[in-house]
Design a protein around this ligand. Structure first.
Ligand code: HEC
Length: 167
């Protein structure tokens, strides 16, 4: 009985600590959470995904690049995301200091632009897209996931970003 109470106490403490980390606006808690999401331990909410999509994708060019992008312009966002991730890696090899896109981030960000600007993956065919994605297993997994399994894209499906001409 005593052992059981101890375990119950520990359990409650862990839950309370987790809740505290989430609701108390302390910078350390926020940082720990952001890092957990970057690493894919916790999912990004739709709002957070939109925020990181704008902030992480408009460091080199304006958000207009995404908002004006279209099915006539080139391959779907899933391919663009992959190229931008690779581009950051390349620039870092050449001495730049940009935080690499994590798998969790790039998967969330791709869903945001798909949802807000457009998704023309079907027009390109999975086989062709996979060739362009090379060894990017996280994005290949996303490609194989139907809309119902893409919570962020699903939530943004009927929205459109200011300035975008949604496809
Ligand atoms: C490290 C810098 C950098 C980051 C970060 C970056 N881009 Fe780019 N992006 C470029 C460069 C360089 C080009 C090509 C030159 C140009 O058109 O300005 C480009 C071009 C584009 C284009 C136009 C492609 C075309 O064919 O017309 C789109 C769309 C785009 N980026 C989307 C994104 C998205 C989405 C993200 C975030 C996942 C992102 N970019 C992050 C550097 C970056």
């Amino acid at each position: 009985m005593k052992k059981y109470l101890w375990a119950a106490g520990l359990f409650l403490f862990v839950i309370a600590a987790a809740i505290a980390a989430m609701v108390i606006p302390n910078p350390l808690g926020a940082k720990v959470l952001a890092e957990a999401k970057y690493r894919g331990y916790l999912p990004y909410t739709t709002d957070e995904a939109v925020t990181i999509a704008y902030s992480r994708c408009s460091t080199c060019h304006s958000a207009d690049k995404m908002l004006r992008y279209c099915a006539r312009c080139g391959p779907p966002f899933i391919v663009v995301s992959h190229s931008m991730k690779k581009y950051v890696e390349l620039m870092n090899q050449k001495g730049a200091n940009t935080r690499p896109f994590s798998d969790a981030e790039i998967v969330a960000i791709t869903q945001v632009w798909n949802g807000l600007v457009g998704n023309w993956e079907t027009g390109w065919g999975a086989k062709n897209i996979k060739k362009l994605l090379q060894d990017d297993t996280a994005l290949i997994r996303l490609l194989d996931t139907p809309l119902e399994g893409r919570p962020i894209e699903l939530a943004l499906k009927n929205k459109s970003a200011p300035g975008a001409h949604k496809e």
